[in-house]
Design a protein around this ligand. Structure first.
Ligand code: ADP
Ligand code: ADP
Ligand code: MG
Length: 453
């Protein structure tokens, strides 16, 4: 096993990884920007090393500095967390070339599956259904408009290297196509440094259902069941739950079999997620693979009792998966609310500033993953997600009641968060019934605006 791991990330996920390492007896190295000197991950790690100024491009995304920090501290492996360099094949390769272990799948697999349009080709070749769309990237608007015709409107223009819900444009009518195509391309260039885009049929009001996957270097592939991540705003997840209420066993089994098929086809050797959209008739289509740990991994941990971060580390060190498919059992129900420093009453504008006072919920079945503490200052430089509230109940209703109770206890003074917005959602009749799809949040916001709720 590794003696020392560098965590190439910040925030709650860095804290989460440090905790797993401590329990495994592994020394930890935190990296931080000058804006993060007071951060919790810096305080919890055995060592900490500054990798640059507050702007992420100059610090957390600065490959040379991150690698130098690892070499200097004699770290044997790097855990990339999510976001930042986690899905960057160049970084994964650099880590390996410098004689260290990248805690994630092989760089070639990241390259293959992290690029969305290439992942579509691999998925099609493996015989797993994808949303009808273009074969590879589209360069000219004229070419794209022809492909859109064959797919049929509405279509979705997606950035090949997009992520975090950014870089997508729905086109309802052909007349708007060329304009939106050009906007999407320049947006992709600005956000992801690459203007490649491709087309997919826009599936109206689907559910987002994804499967957690774990693989090792010995050819073992196991899925850890599904998560329903349909509660999204602007294509970004707000609430995730596991398992998916109402999904038939037949569809669940078929999806799980396809997940294993893709894992085998790519020789997938760490934690990953296969994301699908599922229509009313339970037709399912692959949309993308996240070749890393995800924000919502705790809901899967809660229902399976498996520590995914520890498993990632063990597998990266060359061990076989510590469980087989038959060992993975679903126990009860888990829900996660992403608590963001933002103001839902003001267009979800990010909120920054000092946390004056803080009371965190607890008790049986309540888990809080966060990096905040009293007097900690939320800076404008990074993602607005500051806390994940996760609950586990023996059934869905118990989990919902637990989440309501946990949100009532949560008190964050000094900044504005979306916790009350989550509280409302936990009481919405359609949410409680489990009757929702990706259009839920949009409709709810309209209801709020009309003063109905
Ligand atoms: P998940 O399914 O794990 O929620 P997300 O796509 O929301 O995945 O990404 C997790 C985190 O990484 C979020 O904080 C998001 O903002 C960030 N992220 C993911 N992909 C990108 C990207 N290509 N560029 C910038 N940030 C990204
Ligand atoms: P990201 O990398 O930003 O997570 P995804 O491809 O996973 O991008 O899409 C984000 C969200 O957008 C999905 O969870 C889903 O709600 C929606 N979406 C993506 N593709 C489609 C599609 N073809 N039809 C309808 N909705 C889609
Ligand atoms: Mg996604």
């Amino acid at each position: 096993m590794f003696k020392k791991i560098l965590i190439a990330n910040r925030g709650e996920i860095a804290v989460r990884i440090i905790r797993a390492c401590k329990e495994m007896g592994i020394e930890t190295v935190a990296i931080y920007s000058t804006g993060d000197k007071e951060a919790l991950h810096v305080q919890l790690a055995d060592e900490a090393i500054c990798v640059g100024p507050a702007a992420a491009v100059k610090s957390y995304l600065n490959m040379e500095n991150v690698i130098s920090a690892a070499v200097l501290t004699k770290s044997e492996a790097i855990h990339p967390g999510f976001g930042f360099l986690s899905e960057n094949p160049k970084f994964a390769r650099l880590v390996t070339e410098c004689g260290m272990v990248f805690i994630g799948p092989d760089a070639d697999v990241i390259e293959e599956m992290g690029n969305k349009s290439r992942a579509r080709q691999v998925t099609i070749a493996a015989g797993v259904p994808v949303v009808p769309g273009s074969e590879g990237n589209l360069t000219t608007a004229e070419e794209a408009v022809e492909v859109a015709k064959t797919i049929g409107y509405p279509v979705l223009i997606k950035a090949t290297n997009g992520g975090g819900g950014k870089g997508m444009r729905v086109v309802e009518h052909e007349a708007d196509f060329i304009n939106l195509f050009n906007i999407a391309k320049s947006e992709a260039k600005a956000n992801f440094g690459d203007d490649s885009v491709y087309l997919e049929k826009y599936v109206v009001n689907p559910k987002h259902i994804e499967f957690q996957l774990m693989g090792d270097a010995h050819g073992n592939y196991v899925h850890l069941f599904e998560r329903d991540c349909s509660i999204q705003r602007n294509h970004q997840k707000m609430i995730e739950e596991a398992p998916c209420r109402g999904l038939s066993d037949k569809t669940r089994d078929a999806m799980a079999a396809d997940v294993i098929k893709l894992a085998r086809a790519t020789k997938y050797n760490n934690a990953g997620t296969l994301e699908f959209i599922v229509d009313k008739d339970e037709n399912y289509y692959f949309i993308e693979m996240n070749t890393r740990i995800q924000v919502e991994h705790p809901v899967t941990e809660m229902i399976t009792g498996i520590d995914l971060i520890k498993e990632q580390i063990k597998v990266a060190a060359g061990a076989k998966l510590s469980f087989t498919q038959a060992d993975v059992k679903v126990n009860g129900y888990a829900i996660e609310c992403r608590i963001n420093a933002e103001d839902p009453m003001n267009g979800f504008m990010p909120s920054v500033g000092r946390i004056e006072n803080l009371i965190l919920p607890g008790g049986f079945g309540v888990r809080v993953d966060t990096m905040i503490y009293p007097n900690y200052t939320i800076s404008p430089f990074y993602d607005s997600m500051i806390l994940k509230l996760i609950v586990h109940g023996k059934n869905r209703l118990e989990a919902i009641k637990k989440m309501r109770r946990a949100i009532e206890e949560l008190f964050i003074d000094g900044i504005t968060t979306n916790n009350e917005f989550h509280y409302y959602m936990m009481h919405h009749v359609d949410y409680v019934k489990g009757d929702f799809d990706t259009s839920f949040v949009g409709k709810f916001l309209e209801e709020l605006a009309e003063g109905k709720k």
